[in-house]
Design a protein around this ligand. Sequence first.
Ligand code: GLN
Length: 489
Amino acid sequence: MELYKLTAHELHDKLVKKEVSSVELTNALYERIDAVEDKVNAYVTLDKENALAQAAKVDAKIAAGEEIATLAGVPGAIKDNICTKGLLTTCSSKMLSNVVPIYDAHVIKNLRADETIFLGKTNMDEFAMGSTTETSYYGPTHNPWNLERVPGGSSGGSAAAIAAGEAIWTLGSDTGGSIRQPASFNGCVGIKPTYGRVSRYGCVAFASSLDQIGPITRDVTDAAIVLNTICGKDEMDSTSLDVAVPDFTKALRSDVKGLRIGLPKEYFGEGIDPEVKAEIMKAVKKYEELGAEIVEVSLPHTEYAVITYYIIAPAEASANLARYDGVRYGYRNLNATSAPEMTTMSRTEGFGLEVRRRIMLGTYVLSSGYYDAYYNKAMQVRTLIRRDFEAAFEKCDVLLTPTSPVPAYKIDGKMDPLTIYMLDVTTIPVNMAGLPGISIPCGFAKDGMPIGMQLIGKVLDEETILRAAYTFEQATEYHKVFAPLGGNK
Ligand code: GLN
């Protein structure tokens, strides 16, 4: 039996029934990692010794007849911008390549309380800035569906690890699409919760008003299970919401009868790949067959979302990344002859090209004389984008869009940054409005690459998008297809 192909909920049943032990399962995952990791490069750091020790503890508990949490003993992996006490957390940057956190992120604390297993830390675009995982200091991750394609980003390692069978569940983070887009490129499920649902404490800050942690998994049930564990108010993050957390697995029923699904017309226009559009329209038809009501809606400010994001996100990034001065954290140039020179050299050498580009952009839009023209204007447009969604949700319960206008493209560095930025047009507005969004597999392109569909919900209404996603998943087989790990690498 190929244990690495199963879901967390299937494996939980096997653990409880003692059909498999957590140590066996954890070893099986490391064997799989050994077999494919040189092709995929999904991980920055592995933590086998601690993972196996934790697995043995869970096995002892099961042997003693004690109850265990659903994720107990089930091996997962963590994006490398989420702090894990005692385990390297690099953000895939040279700047943090030697940083071992002295505390756990809130989500990690919760997962540890459930006695889950951390296999290691996954590769990502440096500081989560990118859509391809090519900006990683540790080299690009390759898409297990075709090793010559990008896995998406910035949580490309987390999504590729799921697709390649190198983890059962993973965590990513999403500032402008970094959970949903790689999930779609790798045939996985990925959910970005409502802003504030999950504490950002211990998630290395990129753009604080947009960042949100969430799961990438093999099916919708696992996404709900991981979400259950990581949600909740945390006093260490003032933006985390003090609201009741429902049991998200209870929302999982096959039922979209009468559900009003809105299709925002701006998401189906120019620039969308015809194969993506065809698969999305098939999904829409499926929902109609299942009893949903389809309505057309408009989000008129969509065209401003990407340019506004590229003012707000770099502005926040330039402030957040100011702390990397060669003194307090990470990389330091040792040849400088003065303190200012040391800081300049450390930052110049420690950050990669894309991160430096964003810092410069952000510093510029925040500088005196430009602040009002750029940053304040962008904040006003952000309000208009949020209002677009509020108006659309008067006519429907969820929105359905492509997760990305295109399937995964080639890893050849030939795409210019602006083209790549523009491809986030379908995911960025969701962060700007702070809404929950999920990506689920909904088809394949002719060349075999997975295509993802995005469902967007109202604020704090993860339950409805989970239910709609689950209903589609139960009526289709896309999530059951395993990546061939092909290509000619
Ligand atoms: N691709 C977007 C960017 O480059 C989003 C990244 C993210 O969500 N972390 O900023």
